[in-house]
Design a protein around this ligand. Structure first.
Ligand SMILES: Cc1ncc(CN)c(N)n1
Length: 224
């Protein structure tokens, strides 16, 4: 522990402190409608096309997290973050295959407003002033919102349509959950060694991600 006065699981404490917003991001009517089988397939297709564009920006974001990691004295987390980048390569191929299945021409999809807002947020992490602790915590919560949202769609009692199970499995699998838990441990360790102002910035980024994720689901559901 450093000057930040941070305990072992800062991230868990934030999930509790911002529970309402966390629930709004991870139990949004859009993903709940996947789980209960009432999803509007045109909204699903909108989400798929927009998320492909998001992931392309996300690659650059994760690369900026990796760069900050490599500049740490002990870059213990490098392999996990590098593994994350490698799996984003598979993810982009997965989106392209899904687009063919759903008859979507990805090349003609313009990013919608909430997506562009998220791109701007991700782009700000290339600034060298943003610390590794803030960046890796942001990375963790972005992945966790998807893990929790899609994990719920394949939990017991779901009525998720069979053609959407692959999507839910991609982020809802036990393997992806373990990866998110590794990121959470990294975030907590970094926060425990970070100064108080960085811890404060990381919490602000955590809340901002929840807002942006809610906006992304809303955009997918209604094209706003
Ligand atoms: C909007 C959003 N948030 C998170 C993820 C998970 N990488 C994603 N694919 N898209």
């Amino acid at each position: 522990m450093d000057g930040g006065g941070v305990e072992a699981s800062t991230t868990a404490a934030w999930m509790e402190r911002h529970r309402q917003m966390y629930e709004r991001a991870t139990r949004h009517p859009f993903t709940v409608s996947i789980r209960d089988g009432t999803i509007d397939l045109s909204a699903f297709k909108r989400w798929l096309s927009q998320d492909y564009l998001f992931v392309r920006e996300f690659v650059a974001f994760v690369a900026s997290v990796l760069l900050k990691c490599c500049k740490q004295k002990d870059n213990l987390d490098m392999e996990i973050i590098l593994g994350g980048i490698a799996s984003l390569s598979d993810e982009l191929s997965w989106f392209k295959n899904e687009a063919v299945k759903w008859d979507i021409d990805l090349a003609s999809v313009p990013p919608l407003k909430s997506n562009l807002e998220y791109h701007r947020f991700l782009g700000s992490f290339t600034e060298p002033e943003i610390s590794y602790a803030v960046a890796v915590t942001t990375f963790w919560i972005i992945e966790t919102v998807y893990q929790d949202s899609f994990g719920f769609c394949i939990e017991e009692g779901n009525k998720t349509p069979p053609e959407l199970r692959g999507t839910c499995q991609r982020w809802g699998s036990a393997e992806f959950k373990q990866y998110c838990q590794s990121l959470q441990r990294i975030a907590d360790r970094s926060l425990a060694n970070a100064p108080a102002d960085a811890v404060k910035s990381a919490e602000e980024a955590f809340v901002r991600v929840l807002e942006l994720e809610i906006g992304f689901w809303e955009m997918s559901a209604s094209q706003s």
